[in-house]
Design a protein around this ligand. Structure first.
Ligand code: ADP
Ligand code: MG
Length: 668
């Protein structure tokens, strides 16, 4: 039998309704706190009432009329008159509602012919009597619980009874409570269910936030403390300086000031002797890779004094083969320039080559390993793994990232993330990491122009693409979704074939027009061949599923068409769009409206919002506001995703302050 039955007035029917609303235990009931309050602490004059107000006033009855099926009561106060209406079974009310009587009235003001409250709550008042007001809780109701005052009142009564009758243990000790200046939990909860003022509510809520956040903040502070007490120093030495110089010379560009600053923070931390654990986030195309590379050089450039062929090792984990291969291709010449050996290990690596790589990693002769999930396999061991870099970190689970770090001896860790989030949120969410932010992009890039294209304009669009590609050496990404509007996987093949066909029709004899497609079912060698040709500019248009979403870097491709843009979140669209605008040419991103059905108004507004800005931080905020901060991978992983009282976005400062207190509270 449910423990809820022990409460007064909870019979089988009520019990069923409560359970249908997700309330199964006494604890559920007391934590089911009001989402807002109807303020009846103040009486409003009739003259100031507006449609939609939660009105509360005192008045005198002027007249009572009884047209068929209704009861109309006209009332007034010193400021004006007002109408109350009662519909069903109202006849008996005439005995209580009669002209000359003083009453208090509460309810929502509606506009019919004139302002009116239908079925108000009312109470008879003696001549000198104050109305009974207060703050009335409004609970989040679901299922069979109807949205009526009586139901809210009942939930309040049950919660208060549960709080006063049963013993709830407090998760915090008295000492901790004292330290944090908190009342016992039941008291804060009681205030939320029956507050006297809104100040009381604010205070009680703050206490409950502290309660749920404190253990998380404390755990984080401890983890951070432990980390700073271990790790190996990688200070600037003649070898590392020479290696870094060689890599910088090999890079085709100079670092931006933002990149320099972030790199300096990382190398400074690597030189302290504490374990470095950082998150580098920055917009797509902000140049995180070069920073990661130079940080890696600081570690891999350190040689074993006894044997110059060995030394500290670095692993770079990437979520896709395409991306790992690209990193390898880019970094290999730069690292070679510094005399640092590097290998690529993915699911595509041939068995013999894989065995050779594994051997040199376990011997310590291979210094940098770039790879996909293949790096996580048990067969891969390192002689001395000291630095783990994870690109597009949100693509990996905590366990996967841990698998790699466990292959080393408390290695330094740097996560790279192209999901920029507002800085205060990043700090509150990733309080145990050093959060590093790249805000500026390399100079000389034009903003990407984003346009919504009605399906009627598709022919024009195709012509534009052809002209751009053939006359201006531009290249096209054509993206089709892999999921339907409900988020289920679908076969992308028909959409891909359709797009390829439409694009190929643009070709004329002898113009060399070339269109290819890559997607999950294209075998790896074929896919690599296509991507390589696209990179060399030999393919004009590349049709793809979101294979290209992550990290692919082809500076010559500055045109993008996205089909089914409504299936993507704005943050994901931003990632896609970030594939373009990497060179100095004007880049375009076209969101193609589906024929016939079009977009809903909501989608249209969302996509226009996306088209209006290129600021990844703003877009992340749009995404966060729509989906809630709990949707962030980091929130789920840190335990911050399941908070009841705290809002990660609105309370970011609160969390940061509490983290600082947690840190200060640790024994020195
Ligand atoms: P992301 O931060 O999205 O990983 P990348 O590291 O792939 O971005 O860099 C995007 C592009 O910008 C690459 O083509 C890279 O070579 C180029 N790039 C990076 N840093 C600079 C710089 N300081 N100056 C000019 N181009 C740069
Ligand atoms: Mg990247």
């Amino acid at each position: 039998m449910s423990e809820l039955s022990r409460l007064t007035g909870v019979g089988p029917k009520r019990l069923k309704a409560l359970q249908a609303a997700g309330l199964h235990t006494l604890r559920d009931l007391v934590y089911h706190v009001p989402r807002r309050y109807v303020d009846r602490t103040r009486v409003t004059p009739i003259a100031t009432l507006r449609e939609g107000d939660d009105a509360f006033f005192t008045c005198r009855i002027d007249s009572v009329q009884t047209p068929p099926g209704r009861l109309i009561v006209k009332v007034s106060d010193d400021t004006g008159s007002f109408e109350l209406a009662f519909f069903r079974a109202a006849r008996f009310l005439t005995e209580q509602l009669y002209p000359g009587r003083r009453i208090s009235v509460a309810g929502q003001v509606k506009q019919f012919r004139h302002l009116q409250i239908a079925h108000p709550e009312w109470e008879a008042l003696r001549e000198d009597q104050e109305p009974r007001g207060g703050l009335l809780p409004v609970y989040p109701l679901t299922g069979e619980l109807a949205e009526t005052r009586a139901e809210h009142k009942l939930l309040q009564k049950l919660a208060l009874e549960a709080l006063s009758t049963f013993h709830f243990s407090d998760a915090l000790s008295e000492k901790e409570r004292e330290h944090l200046g908190l009342r016992p939990e039941v008291e804060s909860l009681r205030v939320l269910h029956a507050p006297e003022s809104m100040q009381d509510v604010t205070l009680a809520l703050a206490e409950l936030k502290v309660r749920e956040l404190w253990p998380l903040c404390l755990r984080r502070a401890q983890a951070r403390r432990e980390r700073l007490a271990r790790g190996r120093r990688f200070p600037s030495t003649p070898e590392t300086t020479a290696a870094e110089e060689a890599v910088r010379k090999a890079l085709p560009f100079a670092l931006t000031q933002g990149q320099e600053d972030v790199l300096a923070s990382i190398t400074q931390a690597l030189g302290t002797g504490g374990q470095f654990y950082g998150l580098l986030h920055g917009d797509v195309g902000s140049g995180k890779t070069a920073v990661a590379l130079l940080a890696a050089v600081r570690v891999a450039g350190t040689q074993d004094p006894g044997d110059k062929t060995r030394g500290a090792q670095v692993a770079l984990l990437a979520p896709t083969e395409v991306l790992a291969a690209q990193h390898y291709r880019n970094m290999e010449p730069w690292l070679r320039a510094a005399g640092i050996s590097v290998g690529l290990l993915t699911g595509d690596t041939a068995p013999a080559e894989r065995r050779a790589l594994e051997a040199s990693l376990s011997e310590g002769t291979l210094r940098v390993a770039i790879g996909t999930h293949a790096l996580l396999s048990a067969a891969v061991t390192f002689a001395d793994l000291r630095f783990v870099l994870v690109d597009e970190q949100h693509r990996f689970g905590v366990d996967q990232r841990a698998l790699l770090t466990k292959k080393g001896n408390e290695p330094h860790v740097l996560y790279l993330s192209a999901t920029p989030i507002p800085r205060t949120l990043a700090q509150s969410l990733y309080g145990d990491l050093e959060v590093l932010t790249l805000t500026e992009k390399p100079a000389g890039r034009l903003p990407v122009k984003t346009r919504l294209v009605p399906s009627a304009k598709q022919t024009e669009l195709l012509q534009f693409l052809r002209t751009e590609a053939l006359n201006n050496r531009n290249q096209v990404y054509w993206v089709v979704p892999r999921i339907d509007s409900e988020g289920n996987d679908v076969d992308a093949a028909p959409a891909i074939e359709g797009a390829v066909k439409r694009l190929r029709q643009l070709g004329r004899d002898g113009d060399g027009w070339s269109v290819e497609a890559v997607h999950g079912r294209v075998p790896a060698p074929e896919r690599d061949r296509i991507l390589a040709a696209f990179r060399r500019g030999e393919i004009h248009a590349l049709v793809a599923t979101t294979v290209i979403e992550v990290g692919v870097d082809v500076p010559g491709a500055n045109l993008m068409v996205v089909e089914g843009a409504d299936r993507f979140g704005v943050a994901q669209l931003h990632q896609l769009r970030g594939r373009t605008g990497r060179g100095s040419a004007q880049a375009w991103c076209f969101l193609l409206e589906p024929p016939a059905i079009g977009w809903s108004d909501e989608t249209d507004a969302r996509l226009r919002g996306f088209a209006s800005t290129e600021d990844g931080f703003k877009i992340a905020e749009m995404d966060l506001l729509r989906r809630g901060a709990g949707s962030l991978e980091g929130a789920r992983q840190s335990g911050f995703g399941a908070l009841r009282f705290t809002d990660l976005i609105a309370d970011a400062d609160f969390i940061r302050d509490l983290s600082a207190r947690a840190e200060a509270s640790l024994d020195p």
